[in-house]
Design a protein around this ligand. Structure first.
Ligand code: BES
Ligand code: ZN
Length: 625
C-alpha cells in the first residue's frame, strides 16, 4: 500500500505511529522500541480509558452488531482526528462529545491496507472526551469463530468465541488495538435466550439465563485481553476462587482434570505477590479453539484437548494462570516484546509445576520445553531467534514460535541459577509490583535489571551477556541445559529397543506419564521400519492413544514412515481438532512426505470447522505461493 494513500485516508498531517516510513519503502526504518507497528492508533494524541459495549450476537447472520462507547483522554493538542483500529467492520454512525449530549460527527474509514486492517479517523468537537460508534462485524471477522451445533459437545446449540491476541480485537470492536494502552470496560451482551455469555470480566454463574448479560472489568487491560464467548454453558466450582465454565458434557471431566487450579493460584500468590483479578475461572471451548489456552483475565480460555483424564497436560493451566502476573499485570508494550509475556510466563509455569507436582515433573516439563527450543533453533532463520524480535511489517501470527517462550524462560533460568532462587524470586515479586498494570518494553526491563540485579550481583551477572540473549540469535555459550533423570532412563530403554535387545512388549512402561511417552517418541530416529512401527503400535496402542500429545507425536512418526494403518486416526485428528500447535507440524510433515493430495483433501474437509486463523496458517503450508 502506498503510505501517501493511507495518509489521505486518515487526513494529512495526522501523526500516526508509523509516520516515519517513507512512501516507497514503508518498512525502511529500523524497528524501534516502544513503537507499535501493528496499530494505526494515534496514542500520542488520545488515550482510551474505558470502553462500553452493547452488542447483539446474531447467529443466523454470523454478525455482531451494536455500539461501542469509548472514553478517552487527550494527551496532544486535540487538533488531530481520533484514529482507531478496525478490520472488516461496517461503521454505521459516529457520535462524539464532552459532558453534554453527543452529536453526530464526520469520520472516514480507510481501505483495508495491510495486516493492520483499516484506520477509522473521527473528527472531534473541541471538548470531546467520548465517542459512540454504531457498527457491525463481518462474518469473516478474524477474531471470531462461529460454530455450528455439531461442532460443540452438546450438538444442540451454536457457539461463538473471540480470540483477540495479537491484533484481532479490532475485528470485533473499533478501538486503539495496541498492548501499550490499557482500559477498563463494561458490556451488555445480548444472545439467544437459551445461551449464556461469559467475558474476561466479572462473570456471575447465577445470572439469570435470559439472553441479556452485563459485565464490568474494573482493572485496566490491554485490548488483546478483551474476550467473550456465547454457548450452552454451565458452571462448576473447583475452589473458593476457581471454577469451570463448559458445556454440560465436559463440565465434570474438566473440573476433575483441573482440580489443582486453586492450589496453583495459592502458591503463585505466595511467591509472586497477590492475585489482583478477583476470581480465576476457566472456560473450556470446543476443540476448534486454535490455541492451547488464552489468558483472558479472570477467565482463561482452554482447549478441551488437554483433558487427558490424568492431569498430565495441566501445565497449560499453570501457564495461563501465570499470565495473571506476567502479561496481564505487566504487559508487553508491543508485539516485539512478546517474550516479556511468554518467556516470564513459561519460567513461572515450570516453577508452579514444581511447587504443585514436585521435582521430577519439573525436570521433565523443562526438558520437553528445551527440546522444543532446540527444534526451533534448528529450523528458524537467525533473525527469528532474537527475543526482541523484529515484527515490523509482519503479521504477529506468522512470527509465532517457541523462541519467546522457551528461550525467554531459559534466560530467566540462567539468572536464577547464577544468583540463587531466593534472590530471583524476590526480584520477580518486586518486578510485578513495580510495573503492575503497566505496559513495558524490553528496554524498560533492561533498565530495571541494571538498577537492581546487575547492581546487586556484579560478580554473577553481566549486562553484555544478557543483551546477547535478547538481541542475538541462538543461545549464548554455556547456557543451562535442563535435564531429567527420568528421561535418561527412557533414553536407555529406547536405545535397547532400537538395537533389538528388547521388543516393545518387553519394555516396562508401567508408570510412565505422558512426558516419558513424549520423550520416548520424539527421540526416535527419522526412519523406522514397518516391523518396528507395528511392534510399537501393537504393544502400546499408540494409534488409539486418547492423550492428544502422545497421539500427535506418534502421528508425526507415522507420516515420516508411511505407516498407513494410522491414517484414519490422522484424518480424524486433523478434522476434529483445530489447535494450530498440532495442525501446523502435521500438515508440514505431510507436505514434506509428499502427501500433498491427502493434506489437501483433509484440509478441504476440515476447513468449514476451522477457525479463521487456522485456515490462514495452514493454507500457507498446503498451498504455498
Ligand atoms: N497468549 C498465548 C497465546 C497467544 C500467543 C495467542 C500469541 C496469540 C498470539 C497463550 O498464553 C499461550 O501461550 N498458549 C500456549 C500455551 C502453551 C505454551 C502452554 C498454546 O496455546 O499452545
Ligand atoms: Zn502464554
Amino acid at each position: 500500500m502506498s503510505y501517501r494513500r493511507l495518509l489521505n485516508v486518515v487526513l494529512l498531517g495526522t501523526a500516526i505511529s508509523v509516520a516515519a516510513c517513507s512512501e516507497t519503502d514503508e518498512y525502511a526504518v529500523e524497528p524501534q522500541s516502544g513503537v507499535d507497528y501493528h496499530s494505526f492508533a494515534n496514542t500520542e494524541d488520545y488515550r482510551v480509558k474505558h470502553v462500553d459495549m452493547d452488542l447483539t450476537v446474531d447467529f443466523s447472520r454470523k454478525v455482531i452488531e451494536g455500539v461501542a462507547t469509548l472514553q478517552f483522554e487527550r494527551v496532544g493538542d486535540g487538533k488531530s482526528p481520533l484514529i482507531l483500529d478496525t478490520r472488516d467492520l461496517t461503521i454505521e454512525s459516529v457520535h462524539a462529545g464532552g459532558s453534554g449530549e453527543l452529536q453526530a460527527v464526520t469520520f472516514s474509514l480507510g481501505d483495508n491496507v495491510d495486516i493492520r486492517g483499516a484506520a477509522l479517523a473521527i473528527d472531534l468537537p473541541a471538548d470531546a472526551s467520548t465517542v459512540e460508534i454504531r457498527y457491525q462485524t463481518s462474518p469473516a471477522a478474524t477474531g471470531l469463530q462461529w460454530l455450528e451445533p455439531q461442532q460443540t459437545a452438546g450438538k444442540r446449540y451454536p457457539f461463538l468465541f473471540t480470540q483477540a491476541q495479537a491484533i484481532h480485537a479490532r475485528s470485533f470492536v473499533p478501538l486503539q488495538d495496541t498492548p501499550g494502552i490499557r482500559m477498563t470496560y463494561s458490556a451488555t451482551i445480548r444472545t439467544p435466550a437459551e445461551l449464556r455469555a461469559v467475558m474476561s470480566a466479572n462473570n456471575d454463574p447465577d445470572a439469570e439465563k435470559n439472553g441479556v448479560y452485563t459485565f464490568s472489568m474494573p482493572q485496566p487491560i490491554p485490548s488483546y485481553l478483551l474476550a467473550f464467548a456465547v454457548g450452552d454453558l454451565e458452571f462448576k466450582a473447583m475452589g473458593p476462587r476457581t471454577g469451570v465454565y463448559a458445556e454440560h458434557e465436559v463440565l465434570d471431566a474438566a473440573a476433575a482434570e483441573f482440580a489443582d487450579t486453586e492450589a496453583m493460584l495459592e502458591i503463585t500468590e505466595e511467591v509472586y505477590g497477590p492475585y489482583r483479578w478477583d476470581r480465576y475461572d476457566l472456560l473450556i471451548l470446543p476443540p476448534s479453539f486454535p490455541f492451547g489456552g488464552m489468558e483472558n483475565p479472570r477467565l482463561s480460555f482452554i482447549t478441551p484437548t488437554v483433558i487427558a483424564g490424568d492431569k498430565s497436560l495441566v501445565s497449560l493451566i499453570a501457564h495461563e494462570l501465570a499470565h495473571s502476573w506476567s502479561g496481564n499485570l505487566v504487559t508487553n508494550s508491543s508485539w516485539r516484546d512478546l517474550w516479556l509475556n511468554e518467556g516470564f510466563t513459561t519460567y513461572l509455569t515450570y516453577r508452579i509445576m514444581q511447587f504443585v507436582y514436585g521435582d521430577e515433573r519439573y525436570q521433565m516439563e523443562m526438558s520437553l520445553g528445551y527440546a522444543d527450543l532446540q527444534t526451533d533453533l534448528d529450523e528458524l532463520e537467525d533473525h527469528d531467534e532474537l527475543l526482541a524480535i523484529d515484527v515490523h511489517g509482519r503479521d504477529p501470527d506468522d512470527v509465532f514460535s517457541n523462541i519467546p517462550y522457551e528461550k525467554g524462560a531459559l534466560l530467566l533460568f540462567e539468572i536464577e541459577q547464577k544468583i540463587g532462587r531466593a534472590a530471583f524470586d524476590q526480584f520477580l515479586l518486586d518486578y510485578f509490583n513495580k510495573f503492575a498494570f503497566q505496559s513495558i518494553t524490553t528496554e524498560d526491563f533492561l533498565a530495571h535489571l541494571e538498577r537492581t540485579l546487575l547492581k546487586a550481583h556484579p560478580e554473577e551477572l553481566d549486562a553484555k551477556r544478557i543483551r546477547e540473549w535478547i538481541f542475538e540469535p541462538g543461545i549464548p555459550e554455556g547456557a543451562p541445559h535442563p535435564q531429567s533423570d527420568a528421561f535418561m532412563h527412557v533414553d536407555t530403554i529406547r536405545e535397547n529397543w532400537l538395537s533389538s535387545a528388547a521388543t516393545a512388549a518387553e519394555i516396562d512402561t508401567g508408570n510412565w506419564t505422558y512426558h516419558q511417552w513424549k520423550h520416548f517418541l520424539d527421540g526416535m530416529p527419522d526412519k523406522l521400519s514397518r516391523e518396528q512401527l507395528e511392534d510399537l503400535d501393537q504393544a502400546f496402542e499408540l494409534t488409539a492413544s486418547t492423550n492428544n500429545e502422545i497421539a500427535f507425536s506418534w502421528l508425526r512418526i507415522t507420516i515420516r514412515n508411511d505407516y498407513e494403518p494410522a491414517y484414519d486416526r490422522l484424518e480424524d485428528f486433523l478434522v476434529s481438532i483445530g489447535r494450530n500447535k498440532f495442525l501446523v507440524p502435521l500438515y508440514k510433515d505431510m507436505m514434506t512426505a509428499g502427501m500433498d493430495d491427502m493434506a489437501d483433501r483433509i484440509f478441504q474437509k476440515a476447513k468449514p470447522g476451522y477457525h479463521p486463523l487456522t485456515v490462514k496458517r495452514n493454507s500457507q503450508i498446503i498451498y504455498p505461493e
